[in-house]
Design a protein around this ligand. Structure first.
Ligand code: PGA
Length: 332
């Protein structure tokens, strides 16, 4: 089974819903032209393009994606944040149900700008991840019930309803220089992923059954091996619904133009793979890179075995530039 690459655009606090509409129209036009050439790769199954516009533009983005249904397997929506409660007196916050109403497949959680500018704590980030896991758990139960009732249609609709958290981690320059980047990232993973089972190393997490992919997949080692070695046609899209995505985003590389050296990126991504495999029984995850990704460095980054995709900020704001990043990433 091959893992889909994730090429994600984080618009941050940029673009009104009208600007997002113009952007997406232009992007889909390019995608159509690209798909009609179709020589270099299996267009449908190679990668997902994920757009994270501001909350005010999610509705518009959803409408444009609906108008381009032939790309619904490829183009997905993400929210830039969520709150951990389902509803209530939380002025200014957005629930999972609210983003799901626009068919978001992903939610960015713990972006460094949320952590450092808005003082989001490790505890809050862990609660947000747990809220997503609980949400997916409910979806899984509904799926199982639908299966019991043999309700094929219902089963399909609940499968696509899972949310994949994109958990952002990454060290600042001081920590990198002190040689403690790996410890720091491990600590961030540990505190954010309290909802995940730690049974592999005899850990004591309570929520043993809290998260499994919607359809059980092979072990993670096998999974990654397969992801490197097999054909796009072997992709099982069901296993991607609700999978955990880790975005390694070193703070010193975000918005600075100073991206990580690909070798150093690969080292950290490999470390994250091994850390999750050794300490958690998470069956399905991807590790993507963020921090000054551009058309110039996408090829070298995507050549690395443990870099499953990218989260792009500044260079995603121009549709041509982000389209080039996507097309370079999938044309390998
Ligand atoms: P950047 O931002 O590409 O502008 O560095 C990446 C991010 O913060 O997700």
């Amino acid at each position: 089974m091959k893992k889909k690459k994730i090429i994600a655009a984080n618009f941050k606090m940029n673009k009104t819903h009208i600007e997002v509409r113009e952007y997406l129209k232009s992007f889909f036009k390019k995608l159509k032209e690209f798909s009609s050439t179709g020589e270099t790769y299996d267009f449908n199954d190679n990668a997902e393009i994920v757009f994270a516009p501001s909350f005010t533009a999610l509705n518009e983005a959803y409408n444009i994606i609906e108008e381009n249904l032939e790309f619904s397997n490829i183009v997905k929506l993400a929210s830039q944040n969520i709150y951990c409660e389902a509803s209530g007196a939380y002025t200014g916050e957005i629930s999972i149900d609210m983003i799901k109403a626009f068919n978001c497949s992903y939610a960015i959680i713990g972006h460094s700008e949320r952590r450092w500018i808005f003082n989001e704590s490790e505890e809050l980030i862990a609660k947000k991840i747990s809220a997503v896991l609980n949400y997916n758990k409910k979806i899984e139960t509904d799926t199982r019930n639908a299966r019991d009732k043999n309700a094929e249609k219902e089963k399909r609709s609940v499968k696509s309803a899972a949310i994949s958290p994109i958990l952002c981690v990454g060290e600042n320059l001081e920590i990198r220089k002190s040689g403690k980047a790996f410890d720091f990232v491990a600590a961030q993973l540990n505190s954010a992923l309290t909802g995940y089972t730690k049974e592999l190393n005899g850990g004591t997490a309570q929520n043993k059954d809290m998260f499994r992919p919607i359809k059980t997949s092979k072990s993670i080692n096998k999974h990654h091996e397969d992801s490197v070695n097999t054909n796009a046609s072997d992709i099982d899209t069901d296993t991607d619904a609700g999978r955990l995505v880790i975005a390694y985003e070193p703070i010193w590389a975000i918005g600075t133009g100073a991206s990580i050296e690909p070798e150093d990126g690969e080292k950290m991504h490999k470390f994250i793979y091994e850390y999750l495999t050794d300490n958690y029984s998470i069956e399905n995850f991807s590790v993507i890179y963020g921090g000054s990704v551009t058309e110039k460095n996408i090829n070298v980054l995507m050549e690395k075995a443990h870099i499953d995709g990218v989260l792009v900020g500044g260079a995603s704001l121009d549709p041509q530039s982000f389209f080039n990043i996507y097309s370079f990433a999938v044309s390998k």
